[in-house]
Design a protein around this ligand. Sequence first.
Ligand SMILES: Cc1ncc(COP(=O)(O)O)c(C=O)c1O
Length: 403
Amino acid sequence: MNHPAPVSDLYGASLPQRAATLARIDRFLASQLPPTPCVVIDLETVRQHCLALRALLPGTRIYYAVKANPAPPVLAALARMDIGFDVASIGEIGRCLGLGINAQRCCFGNTIKRERDIAQAHAAGIALFAFDSPAELEKLARAAPGARVFCRLSVHAAGAEWPLSRKFGCSAAMAVELLTHAGSLGLRPTGVSFHVGSQQTDPLRWDAAIGTACSVFNACHRAGVTLDLLDLGGGLPAQYRTPLPALAEYAATIMTSVTRHFGSSAPQLMIEPGRYMTADAGLLRAQVLLIARHGGHDARRWIYLDAGRYNGLAETQHEAIHYPLRTRHDVAPAEPAVLAGPTCDSTDIIYDRANYAMPLDLAIGDTVDFLSAGAYTASYASVEFNGFPPLATHCVDTAATTA
Ligand SMILES: Cc1ncc(COP(=O)(O)O)c(C=O)c1O
């Protein structure tokens, strides 16, 4: 049985950085007592993750995937780190530009775009666009003439806890066909991207994808088109309940693979981390609204929280993402429980089969903290399902307060 680990184990001496993250967030929670549910983001951790990635993937251009957490203080903190931004919509573009981020630093990475939005992005100065189909390429040719375009490949996402396969990407053969055609449409074919699935637990997934990307580079070269950009996508994981290889192992696998496949003619690398940048920097605080047993064959307690599938915990769909939990009773005896959200929807169940045990003395009114919840929580929350407001985000910046 997987009992919730006491926070001293999760963020103990072996993980001093995470203990520091939580200490900063806890100081904010204790002093501000924000209403629940809410997400609290520690900007210092976001910066540290960005620096760690930059150090481990030298020369690689980082484009933060805004969708993971578009809170303006997060974007502003990352803008000061001099990185780029992977944007999915006009809304995200507007938010970046509104913060003074130059459009040249943005990449329109969504392969499904309204033609009018492409034109608006192009007019605003965005020069780099993704596509994965003939029709999208034609839209780009009409609405963003002269733009640099890259083709997203479909790659295997086995090992990803939040897979992004099937819906996106085309075959390597189609990518070659489209990239070699792009020039005649007045576009600048520039490279290839892929996404190995979000929260990818297997670093070797990048190796296979880089191999496929290299075959596209070679085939395009033979057809007279030279590509120079390889976008490694997202997929770098957060530290949820199951321990995973360290970031250094992912980075080493990627760099070794690029050298093995491309040799001395390695392209410019770019990466679009979302989850890795913000998940571990955040905590979602919820409160217990009700504890009940329903009788019958299932003797477990049902613990109903003020946060659920529709107001922050969307990625617990199919119980995919397993957040570490923390309560103030974590050293007390625990027993298996079902965790559910507050809405009148029976799909609003957070964990039923994922083997979460909750302290026996947990009571109505207690808080339950979902750790590593800084990505895909607030940005995924509904705006008023059942009348519940969007999930609030608070950002803590100790550098700003000590400056
Ligand atoms: C195009 C693109 N890039 C990057 C990301 C970020 O992925 P992750 O959060 O796994 O890093 C996503 C996630 O959906 C995406 O669609």
